[in-house]
Design a protein around this ligand. Sequence first.
Ligand SMILES: Cc1cc2nc3c(=O)[nH]c(=O)nc-3n(C[C@H](O)[C@H](O)[C@H](O)COP(=O)(O)OP(=O)(O)OC[C@H]3O[C@@H](n4cnc5c(N)ncnc54)[C@H](O)[C@@H]3O)c2cc1C
Length: 501
Amino acid sequence: MTQPRARADAGRAAASRTAGEPRREQVEKFDLIVLGAGPAGIEAALTARSLGMRVLIIDEAPQAGGQYYRAPNLAVQDMPSTPEKREGDRLRMRLAEADVQTWFNHRIWSIEPSYRVACATGIHNRLAEAPAMIIATGVVEKVRPVPGWTQPGVMGLAAAAIMVKSYKVVPGKRVLLTGSGPLLYDVATKICAAGGDIAAVVDAVPLSTWMQQTTRLARKPKLLAKGLGWMAYLRARGVKIYRGHALCEVLGSGEADGALIRKVDADWYPVEGQEPIQIDCDTVCYGYGLQPGLDMSRLLGAEHVYKRSRGGWTLKTDRFLRTSLRKVYAAGDVAGAFGIDLAGMRGRLAAYTAAMDGRFIEPKRFRLEAKPLKDALPHSASFGRAVNRLSMPRRGLVAFITPETTICRCESITRSKLEMAIQQGAHSLTTLRSATRCGMGPCGGRYCLSAASTILREELEIDFGDIGIVKGRSPMRPVHIRTFTQDFAYSDLPQRKPPPL
Ligand SMILES: Cc1cc2nc3c(=O)[nH]c(=O)nc-3n(C[C@H](O)[C@H](O)[C@H](O)COP(=O)(O)OP(=O)(O)OC[C@H]3O[C@@H](n4cnc5c(N)ncnc54)[C@H](O)[C@@H]3O)c2cc1C
């Protein structure tokens, strides 16, 4: 609905401009902008609206739902009705019925310090501004490079889940699933249930570590039962599960054609004297847990902290989800990858805090309605913490990264190039990025910079917390060049008269 109007507006603006006059884009104003329409963002938007704020919620996906409640693609017929889909539909319905402005298919590519948010929709740019923002942009996957990982046929677990959930497509003919944590079994079950052929499930976490976390996991018996159910489902279908093994190489020349796995110790270093095991597959889906996606907060210059139990680097917030930036709040996994159970609750709490700080509600109401949410968070977070402890990639994976292994696929940077730069004095992630261009490609470092940190950690023997993270840059995501230039023509440039001869 909005795109043709935006196009017509752009056309009218161009027609009314004279050559040399700068293009002025309309900025739409709100009381609050919610970045990301997953469960955290949806609950934040609905709560803020119910408290009297004029709210805009933005997401690059065509529909609300985020990772877990991702809506099936509208073109795909006969999607099975799962509990996730039903709950996602309920959330989408509530959002559709509320008086909340929604911008879907809008990719946020820049945010100015004045909280002016720039979104690309197709080739068009759209601007919104508000005195307050809630960041609810969720998580990204942790992948660790191994030889051959950049070949077609290798993908993250989340990407595989999206293929099945949104498009009813299994990722390959014979699929190896590997990594760590419950996500591995969740995605394997989904692929198996969709008719996929699973070559094996390879879990780097040994059974003893799983057992150590059982007490914490048992605090959410339903979720624990769900996880055990996935494992039982796979076993019942004869899927081979290797525990305490890790992916060490993807075979193939030009596309994935088999993989090698190795037995690993408690720190995930390969066990000496154990030969690699070859797995026959044409697709490898892998990932080592989830980490908060910090594009927006890095760009805005918010403070971050490193916490293993939260998935790694995360936004620093107070107990009411205020970030270090004035009137910027964090909701959901961006403030610690704690899972679906907490996402909505943290969305509601962030909205209450934003409404109180913006004087939309009295402190008395805030205490009455927001405090119970805040008090419930620490208890509910213990399950997420246990999952993060299980999933967190251990040190030993670095042993599988050979000198020739590509770390930054956008800029083709290998481990040896990084090591050379470190030896020449690039001792922080920022200097390493400047020295090598690692993380300067279209992905903006979302995938490679955490792997580059592991190389820095190895070389300098320092902790992740001391390595730090890099400042974000705009555009945060790839956008079409016409998003910037729009209807610009060279004739728009002011022309100097040639000097008289
Ligand atoms: C494959 C997979 C399986 C999972 N399974 C489970 C499970 O079984 N149990 C569990 O508890 N948790 C699970 N999780 C985690 C769960 O998805 C999250 O806890 C939950 O979705 C967090 O909600 P959120 O609203 O914080 O973020 P999300 O649901 O991730 O939503 C973030 C939204 O922000 C949008 N966004 C991000 N960047 C931009 C941008 N630049 N422009 C526009 N939009 C943007 C995204 O499109 C997305 O819709 C799983 C995650 C994945 C990836």
